[in-house]
Ligand binder design. Structure first.
Ligand SMILES: [Zn+2]
Length: 148
């Protein structure tokens, strides 16, 4: 048996974030969303590549359907009002599934954030959709706003 020391809070924050499931960045994403954007208890939608699956790549068509269903559920049942999309530098999804290399890889990721934000807006009707790019700088992760 293991009991978490963290208190359970009932209230929802009505925000969700979509980001890559890469475990090396999980705590950084949490830190950014909870402290950088002041979104404690935000809903997490994580999968390899994160918002890449919402940018219209045929290689991620199955994932797209799953995430769209999940987002619609969260809007309807959790009363979602805001969605944050985050891409991260050197994402393996882009290197392997989409076979991209730098510097083109980052350009495609940034364009994908714009495409994914428009798509999320279209399928959920939400206006508040933001994009960020997580960059490794001197052993730290820096979150840069991307205009979407
Ligand atoms: Zn990744």
């Amino acid at each position: 048996m293991y009991e978490s020391r963290l208190a359970y809070e009932v209230d929802r924050i009505h925000a969700a974030a979509i980001y890559c499931s890469d475990g090396r960045l999980g705590e950084h994403f949490d830190d950014f969303l909870q402290h950088g954007l002041s979104l404690p208890r935000y809903d997490r939608v994580t999968l390899p590549g994160g918002p890449a699956c919402l940018a219209g790549h045929p290689q991620a068509h199955l994932e797209e359907q799953g995430v769209v269903d999940e987002l619609k559920f969260l809007v309807e049942v959790h009363g979602l009002k805001r969605i944050v999309l985050i891409a991260h530098q050197g994402c393996a999804f882009y290197g392997t599934r989409l076979d991209l290399r730098e510097p083109r890889l980052e350009l495609v990721q940034r364009a994908d954030l714009v495409r994914a934000a428009a798509f999320v807006h279209r399928v959920t009707g939400l206006e508040a959709v933001d994009g960020y790019f997580a960059r490794l700088v001197d052993g730290r992760i820096r979150f840069e706003r991307v205009q979407v």
